[in-house]
Design a protein around this ligand. Structure first.
Ligand code: CTP
Length: 363
């Protein structure tokens, strides 16, 4: 099978790559499993980038592509919601498959013959576009799978099979908050970077947001997907997740934290001057979050389409040349010029300086 240039009867493509291949989509992550110890066996396929003996995995550069080779392994979730513990490396393919999240992610394909190994009905579910967990404890073991389920529903247009939906509801009614929020964050990023209003609607209506923020949350009226299409941002996911009332469980980077804090500290804005002063210099994400939260998209549009292009020409140097001593008064002067310029964007620099002169005179 021509996913990569490896044809070996004892190696199987596994997980997402098989799902994607059967869906006719390209995979970026290629996982290959070896029934036995992959570190010993797979290092011959190229330059070893790194290996992790605890998990029996090895990353190899195969013809310029980084491929993850894994040993078949059995895992148990000693601590629910956290990374599982590997209990056996080199188990059977069936045992390896049974530890996985959804049937459609539990397919294997022989790299030489292309034969599909399907122990759990994954091919039928793939055809029926259904997401089904492999066992009833799946979400208890790993609640990030609920967000993964949402991600796959959006990405592939799948539905949750009814018993799986019931298990999701049961878990969300009784969440164990002692979980790895690093993994939760990763799945939130992947899901909401898809920029899907439907994802957010399901996230809210099914109560998935409670994994992060227990307090009741209502869907904002604004269509966030459309807003982001109009005003593209780098951190798409943050324009959704940043709206949740309780973000204390997520570990944000410095930049992400700044976006959230800036957004939360914007007060009520009505006039052009207030909008300009509140939004100027902020990340666009903060501005969008504010507009969504306060249902004030008009202010966002006014700033983005018009106000942000308006800049005053007067500098501190100009004021000094007018004989005005540098002081905190400068800010007042700049603000006065700005207020006038927002009303009359065609104002010349001379007209700006007139305002400064008159102010100085007034004072
Ligand atoms: N897996 C799982 N439970 C998780 C995460 C992953 O069972 N919480 C299993 C699934 O079999 C999955 C495989 O590990 O297919 C690889 O995981 P990952 O690379 O995260 O996902 P992919 O399915 O490859 O999807 P993507 O296309 O998003 O990479």
């Amino acid at each position: 099978m021509d996913i990569i240039n490896i044809y070996d009867k004892s190696l199987y493509y596994i997980g997402g790559v098989v799902r994607d291949k059967l869906l006719g989509k390209e995979s970026f992550d290629i996982d290959i499993t070896y029934i036995g110890n992959a570190i010993d066996y797979c290092s011959k396929f190229g330059r070893v980038i790194r290996e992790n003996p605890d998990f029996g995995t090895v990353r190899v550069d195969v013809d310029g592509r980084e491929i993850d080779f894994a040993s078949t392994r059995c895992e148990i979730y000693e601590k629910k919601g956290h990374l599982p513990t590997v209990v056996k490396i080199g188990c059977s393919l069936k045992e390896d498959v049974m530890r996985r999240d959804f049937t459609v992610n539990a397919l294997a394909m022989n790299t030489e013959t292309g034969e599909i190994i399907d122990y759990v009905g994954g091919q039928k579910d793939l055809k029926d576009k259904v997401l089904r967990v492999l066992h009833d404890k799946s979400f208890i073991d790993d609640p990030t799978r609920i967000i993964r389920g949402l991600k796959f529903r959006i990405r592939f247009g799948f539905e949750l099979e009814s018993h799986t939906k019931k298990l999701q509801d049961e878990y969300l009614a009784n969440i164990n908050y002692d979980m790895s929020y690093k993994r939760v964050k990763k799945e939130l990023i992947e899901t909401f970077n898809l920029n899907s209003q439907r994802a957010f609607e399901l996230f809210v209506s099914e109560g998935i947001y409670k994994l992060v923020s227990p307090e009741t949350f209502e869907l904002p009226k604004i269509n966030i997907e459309n807003l982001i299409k109009k005003y593209p941002v780098e951190n798409v996911w943050l324009c959704y997740i940043g709206l949740l009332p309780d973000l204390s469980r997520l570990d944000f980077t410095k930049q992400e934290r700044k976006i959230i804090e800036d957004f939360q500290s914007i007060g009520d804005v009505k006039t052009d001057f207030e909008i300009y002063k509140a939004f100027d210099g902020l990340n666009l994400e903060s501005i969008l979050l504010y507009g969504i939260k306060t249902n004030n998209i008009k202010a966002v549009e006014r700033y983005m389409d018009v106000l942000r292009h308006i800049k005053i020409s007067t500098t501190g140097e100009d004021l000094k040349n007018l004989g005005i001593e540098p002081s905190i008064e400068y800010q007042k002067i700049f603000d006065k010029i700005l207020a006038a310029k927002l009303e009359n964007p065609d104002m010349t620099k001379e007209e700006e300086l007139e305002i400064a002169k008159r102010m100085d005179y007034d004072n």
